[in-house]
Write a protein that binds this ligand. Structure first.
Ligand SMILES: *Cc1c(COP(=O)(O)O)cnc(C)c1O
Length: 513
């Protein structure tokens, strides 16, 4: 075993990893990367088919991001945001505000600070380090905002000391810090910490493929396209809000991953679901917290989603307008949240940095004389780090350029076409794709949707077989994830899907329909 691999085995504890299994294997030691390719110390090449756990956008070793970091490095790497402003963070904040309001509030004046024009205009940014901290900030702000604004007079005295409650989706994952974990509902991650967590409620998420309300027999298509239901899932959201409202303590906030839930197993929402449920939440006076840690920065496609069977809209309209700035999943459904949480792709996958965007209204609730102690007492040492902000600015510039928009459109089409080949495999139950995010759900039998027991490690075995073919990704249970960097070429996209195909046949036998 290589010296570095030995040191890893001796000292490093890996995230979300059964270390006993880890220690049985000789790990790949990554030493370089270029575009969609990673190189290990033994000279092997791999395609980075999940963009280094959903972070990388434009590929590794991108000359523009490299240069931006180097330019910043010659000035200063980091100075504290406690008491000081800095150049790239100020510029980044301005740019993010512009993009975060780009589509959904088109009708509304976007003059900074004019909260009267739209109560949901996002114009304040709190920087932090990771997706978890971005959510933690949103959570704490929403909690305190609700306590302050709801207890201020309108409620009877007996309700003054309200305990703001949050509603999130089944299977939700919002990070691993204690607040973020409280918002999540994946038992495997959360059960052992239940004593530490505060109580949040969950509501059904639209998992069409396994939805008890979906009366459709399985077909060889994305379950959203052939589902037969009456939007019972949205009805349950309405019911949940109504019930909580009757208790005299309406939900403070509704927390969701827009368009597709990632760690839940790549669960995509049927068109119109997000719009419906956020309207319900708004009617019940809840704040909207959008977790776009995975979906942000163009991941969900340049323009529209899969509309109906065989109707993939690639968005040439946007492209012609030279626009391409639908960078956030919310905007695909014209939803404007009160909190927008960003991380993973913010720096193009280069450096840990996160942002929580919010409204003037929330900001104002924390203003006061010093001695009133209305300050938001929260912060991290590396808040608004210069190197991260410089990388993020460069990444946004690339994203908005025509070459990147074209590349994303082409990759989306290639990915869509290549994925169709997998339908011939009886162990593929559902293939779901939103933009440049795809999940392939493995089943024992596609005619019955019978799942594999998690202990069979079906997803892990397929991903191990893919790695032997030079394609890296990680499964979520029985779901194989493909989330390629935007620079992925047609040949590379084909190789990624081909690796899924061949690996499934290797693991489960060479059966086909
Ligand atoms: C990854 C992820 C997080 C957590 O982000 P970290 O940077 O890992 O803390 C939160 N929400 C979503 C939707 C994510 O995909």
């Amino acid at each position: 075993m290589n010296k570095l691999a030995q040191l890893d085995h001796q000292f490093v504890w890996h995230p979300f990893t059964q270390m006993r299994d880890w220690l049985k294997r000789d790990p790949a030691v990554i030493v370089a990367g270029k575009g969609a390719v990673l190189h290990d110390i033994r000279g092997r090449e791999y395609l980075d088919a999940n963009s280094s756990i959903w972070t990388n956008l434009h590929g590794h070793n991108h000359p523009k991001i490299n240069a931006a970091i180097q330019r910043q490095l010659k000035k200063v790497a980091h100075s504290s945001a406690l008491g000081l402003a800095n150049e790239p963070a100020s510029l980044l904040a301005e740019k993010l505000v512009k993009l975060a309001n780009a589509k959904a509030v088109g009708r509304v004046s976007s003059r900074a600070g004019s909260s009267a024009a739209s109560p949901h205009l996002l114009n304040k940014i709190f920087f932090s380090d990771d997706g978890s901290t971005a959510l933690e900030v949103a959570l704490k702000l929403a909690y305190e905002f609700t306590r302050r604004t709801r207890s201020a007079g309108s409620l009877p005295a007996s309700h003054r000391r309200i305990e703001p409650r949050f509603l999130s989706l089944e299977g939700a994952y919002h990070g691993d810090t204690v607040g973020a974990v409280s918002l999540g509902h994946i038992d495997l991650f959360h059960k052992s910490y239940s004593g530490l967590l505060f109580k949040t409620d969950k509501v059904m998420s639209p998992y069409c493929y396994r939805c008890p309300f979906n009366r459709a027999k399985p077909e060889r298509a994305d379950a959203r396209e052939y589902r037969k239901c009456n939007w019972e899932c949205a009805g349950l959201v309405e019911k949940k809000f109504a019930t909580q409202g009757r208790k005299g303590n309406p939900y403070a906030a509704f927390v969701f991953e827009p368009l597709i839930q990632g760690a839940a197993g790549m669960i995509p929402q049927p068109r119109g679901w997000l719009r419906r449920v956020t309207e319900i939440a708004r009617r019940h006076d809840a704040l909207l917290i959008a977790d776009e840690v995975m979906t942000g920065f163009g991941r969900t496609g340049v323009a529209a989603l899969v509309k109906a069977r065989n109707d993939v809209v690639m968005g040439p309209r946007l492209h012609k307008r030279g626009d391409g700035t639908v960078l956030f999943a919310c905007h695909h459904e014209s939803v404007q949240p009160d909190f927008l949480c960003l991380a993973k792709g913010l720096t193009g996958g280069y450096l840990p940095m996160a942002a929580t965007l919010t409204t003037q209204k929330v900001f104002d609730a924390f203003l006061g004389e010093y001695g009133e102690f209305k300050t938001f007492f929260h912060g991290h040492s590396y808040t608004a780090n210069q190197l991260g902000a410089a990388a993020a600015l460069a990444s946004l510039e690339i994203l908005q350029g025509k070459p990147s928009i074209c590349a994303r459109q082409n990759l989306e089409k290639n990915l869509h076409d290549e994925l169709q080949t997998l339908w011939s495999l009886p162990n593929v139950g559902d293939i779901r794709r939103v933009g440049l995010i795809a999940g392939v759900e493995l089943v024992r039998d596609c005619r019955t949707r019978e799942p594999f027991d998690l202990r069979e490690r079906a997803g892990i075995r397929v991903c191990e077989a893919m790695a032997r073919r030079g394609v890296l990704t990680r499964p979520i249970g029985n779901v194989i994830v493909l989330m390629p960097p935007y620079c992925t070429t047609p040949v590379q996209a084909r190789k990624m899907v081909r690796a899924v195909f061949d690996s499934i046949r290797e693991v489960f036998g060479r059966r086909s329909l």
